[in-house]
Ligand binder design. Structure first.
Ligand SMILES: Cc1cc2nc3c(=O)[nH]c(=O)nc-3n(C[C@H](O)[C@H](O)[C@H](O)COP(=O)(O)OP(=O)(O)OC[C@H]3O[C@@H](n4cnc5c(N)ncnc54)[C@H](O)[C@@H]3O)c2cc1C
Length: 312
């Protein structure tokens, strides 16, 4: 009923029903979305959020799906994937980027214009919106250092602008993780730099990534946050867990902080592996590893920890 009404209300929207999300996630796992929509404008997002709110249907937003495990049971309600909102524009040292643009492209296009500050992001496979939501970072840099402000559509379906300060950005954290606001555009300010130095830094970071990370396999990057006073990879390595396999999910032999899909992994394999690692490290080192990856979707017997919306 809701899905029919939705189709009628948005006849031109790019909409797929019962669409398997494993076709989009970086782990190549995850069940179907009741409906997956690719909005093209902020106005469209606002209208869709309002429509879903009226029908008491939850809304989940995804960017590039590089930091999510979505349960095998799938996702209730409406999933908005913002990959069509992929514009990037420059004015001097200021950048406007649609939430669905790739942060790698923003970083590289800035580098092409001799703008420095986003080199750290040249290998982070997320969208601009996802990078803000996660305050993504690498090699000593993070989004908080270059972000000016964002435009959002709130949970209630209203537009507003939030400054960097008001986002309370911290290690892999933004206030968006509490508010549920949807980023539609981000604005950055960089500095004029030296073209050759910027290119050399990006080449160095790319080389470091390629030599240390198992990029030849599907994964969601580092699964856990760095616990204070420890390195996650080192804890997992020292526990002798590298190569441990559950179904198609394996703790990478190349980088212990990654869980790779060696073929046919399910989201349940990933979630069971996350719990196994947490339990093992807690017993051995008395350290509780907190997932960095967002675990989303319908609740299951496997204790999905966060589905991004409240159930009635
Ligand atoms: C190989 C690999 C390497 C990685 N390396 C790094 C790294 O070096 N540093 C790092 O920080 N991360 C890294 N990541 C993780 C990931 O790329 C980042 O967290 C990225 O910022 C996530 O963006 P996304 O668009 O893929 O988000 P998604 O995975 O689509 O979503 C992640 C979360 O953000 C929310 N979200 C997404 N878009 C929006 C939006 N527009 N508005 C509101 N909420 C939104 C989603 O609801 C979800 O909760 C890596 C991942 C992989 C696979």
């Amino acid at each position: 009923m809701f899905l029919n009404d939705l189709r009628r209300a948005f006849p031109n929207a790019n909409m797929k029903f019962n669409e398997p999300l494993k076709h989009y996630t970086y782990t190549e796992t995850g069940g179907p979305a009741d409906v997956l929509i690719f909005p093209e404008t902020a106005e469209e997002i606002k209208a869709l959020v309002r429509f879903a709110n009226k029908a008491h249907e939850p809304v989940l937003v995804l960017g590039n799906s590089s930091n999510v495990i979505i349960s095998d049971e799938g996702v209730y309600g409406v999933v908005l994937m913002l990959t069509e909102m992929d514009y990037i524009s420059f004015e001097g040292d200021e950048i406007k980027a649609g939430a669905g643009s790739k942060i790698i492209d923003v970083s590289r296009q800035a580098g092409d214009r001799s703008l420095t500050g986003l080199e750290f992001a040249c290998g982070i496979p997320g969208s601009t919106g996802g990078a803000v939501y996660m305050n993504a970072g690498a090699y000593g840099g993070e989004i908080s250092e270059v972000l000016v402000e964002i435009d959002v559509v709130s949970k209630a379906g209203r537009f507003y602008t939030i400054s960097n300060e008001d986002l309370k950005l911290a290690y892999r954290y933004s206030d968006l993780q509490e508010s549920g606001d949807i980023v539609v555009e981000a604005r950055f300010k960089l500095q004029a730099g030296d073209y050759d130095t910027i290119q050399a830094t990006m080449a160095e970071l790319t080389e470091a990534r390629e030599s240390k990370q198992p990029l030849e396999y599907p994964s969601c990057g580092s699964v856990f946050k760095r616990p204070e006073g420890h390195y996650t990879g080192k804890l997992i390595q020292e526990a002798g867990l590298q190569g441990y396999t559950i179904g198609g999910a394996q703790i990478s032999k190349k980088h212990a902080g990654f869980i790779i899909n060696i073929g046919g992994a399910s989201a349940t394999d990933y979630i069971n592996m996350i719990h196994f690692i947490q339990e093992t490290i807690y017993k051995k080192d008395n350290v509780l590893l907190e997932p960095e990856v967002r675990i989303l979707g319908k609740r299951t017997k496997y204790d999905v920890v966060d589905d991004g919306f409240e159930h009635q």
